[in-house]
Ligand binder design. Structure first.
Ligand SMILES: [Zn+2]
Length: 72
């Protein structure tokens, strides 16, 4: 899969990549069951844990916009 190949090019762990580093890899996010932040101009790839219903674009990592939690 191209998705896996792109992941391997980053030094981040796959989990960190999934959550925080999917800018410009929207298709990869969607393939993994993630969603894109609905905030205009943000578009961060968000990949919640399978059991998590509310998705947060966390600003704590320095990349999220702080969009209020939303349901996938
Ligand atoms: Zn966002």
């Amino acid at each position: 899969l191209m998705c896996e190949q792109s992941l391997s090019t980053y030094s981040f762990s796959p989990l960190q990549y999934n959550r925080y580093q999917c800018y410009g890899a929207e298709e990869c996010v969607l393939q993994m069951g993630g969603v894109l932040c609905p905030t205009p101009g943000c578009g961060a790839g968000l990949l919640p844990e399978p059991e998590v219903r509310k998705i947060v674009c966390e600003p704590s990592n320095g990349m999220g916009c702080g969009h209020p939690p939303f349901i996938k």
